[in-house]
Design a protein around this ligand. Structure first.
Ligand code: KIV
Ligand code: ZN
Length: 383
């Protein structure tokens, strides 16, 4: 039987931290409603103590969402936790996400503290948060660079204090997939009562490995992935929601499923790009403009014979426009015949052989041969 992986969306918190992506309360609320429709299990609505505007956004989202768990971020600081609890209070179900840096770099330079002091602060924060809700997530910031033995001690202490989800962030996107998987496995095998909580992946994309690391984390025992639409997030971004969801969806052999309505992935990606004024690169997996375009002759010929030769996902499944045959100087006769046929021109193989050199001459001059160009080629041929 396949197992559920919870999707924790942080587009409105880690995603919104991107310079230029800041949203006002109305914009955040509108996106939160769409993310609930998408089927995210937990929605991190913001960092309530960070500004009055963010408090208001989290509070409005908490009042509005119906089924999704609404989450607010806090540091392991009393006032942060109390303010987060106040903002989240109206929610049907809410989670406080609190935590502290655990790598030696963070302990020394950010906190000027000792490892034992960090454990004490982590435990106090979790205990305080438990006064407001029984759904408390703890993050061990920079867990990716925290040594496993110490990380296991921190995690065991916070589980004992009442944390129900354990976020193991690869904050700097440093880990390799096998290392991140091994980290999860180490925690599964070395933390007392780990089965009472859910391990969570939170991966950044500094080396382009966020999606691979999140999948590896799940294979190592995590059952929650923290991610954002279009992979937005600090620096090179976070794990892209659409990517991890489709990896688990297409690889049923792994044995996991999510609650995401995949048909909304492209529409919501476009909405996020527009509202955050942050376009999506054309070659982006699942939601990029070229994700379902075929332009070389070899690919086009195979695709036209059987789509699965060059497509592993039906675009309809992810709410994308139908696959496109783009005409360039690398296109072959079958692509040209296909596009002309779609415009209503019924040509024989011999006609196409005659038209093809004219097409290539034009294609060599232009980046792409358009529909208007095709009509012109066809019109001059029939004159
Ligand atoms: O990347 C990170 O470590 C974070 C934490 C605040 C969860 O975003
Ligand atoms: Zn992060």
């Amino acid at each position: 039987m396949s197992q559920k992986v919870f999707i924790f969306d942080t587009t409105l918190r880690d995603g919104e931290q991107v310079p230029g992506c800041k949203l006002n309360t109305q914009e955040k609320l509108a996106l939160a409603v769409r993310l609930e429709e998408l089927g995210v299990d937990i929605l991190e609505a913001g960092f309530p103590v960070s500004s009055p505007g963010d408090f208001e956004s989290v509070n409005q989202i908490a009042k509005t969402l119906k089924n999704t768990v609404v989450c607010g971020l806090s540091r392991a600081v009393q006032n942060d936790i109390e303010v987060a609890a106040a903002a989240l209070k109206p929610a049907k179900r809410f989670r406080i996400h609190t935590g502290i840096g655990t790598s030696d770099l963070h302990i020394k330079y950010k906190f000027n503290a000792t490892r034992e002091e960090i454990i004490e602060r982590a435990v106090s924060a979790v205990k305080l948060a438990r006064n407001f809700t029984d759904d408390v997530e703890f993050y061990a910031e920079d867990a990716g660079r925290t040594d496993n033995e110490y990380l296991a001690r921190v995690i065991e202490a916070v589980v004992k204090a009442g944390a129900t989800t354990l976020n193991i962030p690869d904050t700097t996107g440093y880990c390799l997939p096998y290392q991140y998987q091994a980290k999860m496995e180490y925690l599964v095998n070395n933390v007392k009562n780990i089965d009472k909580a859910i391990l969570s992946c939170h991966c950044h994309n500094d080396l382009g490995l966020a999606t691979a690391n999140s999948v590896a984390g799940v294979m190592g025992g995590a059952r929650q992935i923290e991610c954002t639409i279009n992979g937005l997030g600090e620096r090179a971004g976070n794990t892209a929601l659409e990517e991890v969801v489709m990896v688990l969806n297409q690889h049923k052999d792994l044995g996991y499923y999510t609650n995401i309505n995949t048909r909304l992935l492209n529409p919501i990606s476009h909405e996020v790009a527009e509202i955050m004024r942050m376009g999506v690169q054309p070659n982006k997996a699942i939601v990029g403009g070229n994700a379902f375009s075929h332009s070389s002759g070899i690919h086009q010929d195979g695709f036209l014979k059987e789509a699965q030769t060059y497509e592993i996902i039906d675009p309809e499944l992810v709410g994308a426009e139908a696959s496109k045959i783009v005409l360039t100087a690398r296109s072959g006769r079958s692509a040209l015949a296909h596009r002309l046929q779609k415009l209503g021109y019924q040509y024989t193989r011999n006609d196409i052989d005659i038209l093809y050199p004219t097409f290539l001459q034009l294609a060599d001059k232009k980046k792409e041969v358009t529909q208007d160009d095709l009509v012109e080629i066809a019109t001059s041929y029939s004159k």
